[in-house]
Design a protein. Structure first.
Length: 238
């Protein structure tokens, strides 16, 4: 008698086998997937480290202060008791205060007072007129004035260039006024002039500057400057 095959029992066995194979395949895929992700993440991290995409800012350095060395206690100070009735020697201390005797008396210091300029006295009002060289033998002011005027006029007539007026084209009578001073030392100073032409002024001043030194005039017995005015008149011949 031929046995009949049971197809249902055969299919149930095969389905169980397929289920086991499918389960194994799924587990295998899951395992491969897990391993693949871990490998990819590791490579990405290495690539970032190799590319140097980290922050390049320098890291601040903190400098720690060096602690001071510990203080070494010194030897104990020995305290010496001195009895109350003992004599204690004291070193004399030099005084820094200046000695009163060494201070200069303020009254002895003389303040320099600047001398005020002395105004010149006009020749007509001077008490003792200047003495021109050659007039020393005269005793009174009137004679000395006359002698001085005569001496000055003689020098001007001798040294003044009379032809200068005609050379400058001047005509007729011309007048030159010369002003000067005889200072407290007897020197001729401060010569000034007024004339129709500057050349005449230069000529008159140059002549007066040749006057010799004389004895200075005096006012109340003290030498003072004396002002003198000298008119010079000359006529130009046509």
């Amino acid at each position: 008698m031929e046995a009949k095959k049971n197809y249902k029992a055969d299919l149930s066995k095969r389905s169980l086998l397929f289920l086991q194979c499918a389960l194994i395949l799924v587990l295998l895929l899951i395992y491969v997937g897990i391993e693949w992700k871990t490998y990819a993440a590791t490579n990405e991290y290495q690539e970032q480290m190799n590319l140097g995409e980290l922050d390049d800012d320098p890291v601040p350095v903190t400098v720690l202060a060096t602690p001071p060395p510990p203080k070494v206690p010194g030897p104990p100070t020995e305290i010496v008791e001195v009895p109350d009735d003992a004599d204690v020697e004291e070193d004399p201390v030099a005084s820094t205060e200046p000695d009163v005797d060494e201070i200069a008396d303020i009254k002895d210091i003389k303040e320099a007072i600047p001398e005020e300029p002395i105004e010149p006295v006009p020749f007509e009002f001077i008490e003792d007129v200047p003495v021109f060289p050659g007039c020393e033998g005269l005793s009174n002011n009137a004679d000395r004035k006359a002698c001085m005027s005569e001496k000055i006029s003689g020098i001007v007539n001798k040294r003044f260039n009379r032809d200068l007026g005609s050379q400058l084209g001047l005509k007729g009578l011309n007048r030159v006024l010369v002003l000067f001073q005889i200072d407290a030392a007897g020197n001729i100073v401060g010569v000034q002039s007024r004339a129709p032409h500057p050349k005449l002024e230069e000529e008159a001043e140059s002549v007066i500057n040749t006057l010799p030194r004389m004895q200075p005039g005096k006012q109340r017995g003290k030498p003072v400057p004396v002002s003198y005015a000298l008119p010079i008149m000359f006529k130009v011949q046509d």
